[in-house]
Write a protein of this length. Structure first.
Length: 265
């Protein structure tokens, strides 16, 4: 059973089903210390922005934010509130979010007591709104995803979309598919590289881009640089890996692999 999917759609369930999933039970005392230790361990080793936030230890961090007692308390509403404060106000990184309260919290008691977002998120939302409002004045019918003005091509998209299983990415592009990031880049490459193309400059407009799927981002990078690179680091071992992406720009389904290594039969 995929509990993430269940709890992601909890609000669409009828009341009886919601109550069945949220059985109110107290947190056992002997589990409290284990739970906070596990939380500290996970964040100490897996939170990618720990160094940027200058956090030495999450156990100390919770103490300095005066939240350790709440996190160690048996009142799950206060515990959830403290955790939401850590994520939404403390981290305030635009990616981490408090999704749902604990299974031991009464479904409707949590309400709106937790902070929904921090100051950085508020500034980000304000910036997106400002840019969006000004853009709407210039393009009341919506900004075109691809446009040529003189010798300059403009490519605009507001998120890096997840690949659509209904799209055949090796087929000829259709304008109604340009909501898809990869499809838009394919279409743009075809237009920019066509015979007698006037395009000498390419502008990618991402002022209102909210992020999204990493593989789509790598595809965009590869379209500009020839090879797209994505670097990852294992927070537990320190091991690093670099993934290199080459894209099939002309859509013929053939990929030519080059390597500095000697390959023998």
């Amino acid at each position: 059973m995929n509990f993430y999917k269940v709890f992601s759609h909890i609000k669409s369930f009828d009341v009886s089903c919601q109550k069945a999933l949220y059985n109110v039970i107290p947190i056992l005392l002997f589990l409290l210390q284990y739970l906070i230790n596990e939380l500290c361990f996970a964040l100490d080793h897996l939170y990618g922005l720990k160094e940027i936030h200058d956090i030495q230890s999450f156990d100390d961090y919770f103490f300095e934010m005066s939240l350790r007692k709440k996190l160690l308390g048996t009142d799950s509403v206060k515990t959830d509130e403290a955790l939401a404060q850590v994520i939404n106000l403390g981290f305030d990184d635009l990616h981490s979010s408090f999704t749902l309260p604990s299974y031991s919290t009464e479904l409707y008691s949590f309400g709106e007591v937790y902070p929904a977002s921090g100051p950085w998120k508020a500034r980000f939302d304000d910036t997106i709104f400002t840019f969006g409002s000004e853009r709407e004045k210039a393009f009341p019918d919506g900004i075109p995803p691809y446009e040529e003005v003189g010798n300059t091509a403009y490519i605009t998209f507001d998120d890096f979309t997840f690949p659509d299983e209904n799209i055949d990415y090796l087929s000829e592009q259709k304008e109604q598919e340009l909501y898809d990031t990869i499809r838009l880049i394919q279409y743009s490459c075809d237009r920019i590289l066509r015979e007698d193309s006037p395009v000498e400059n390419v502008v990618m407009y991402l002022s209102n881009n909210l992020g999204g799927y990493s593989d789509a981002a790598a595809y965009v990078i590869a379209s500009y640089l020839g090879i797209g690179e994505a670097n990852t680091r294992d927070m537990l071992t320190g091991a690093t890996t670099t993934y290199q992406y080459s894209i099939n720009t002309n859509g013929d389904g053939i990929l030519i692999v080059t390597t500095p290594l000697q390959i023998k039969d």
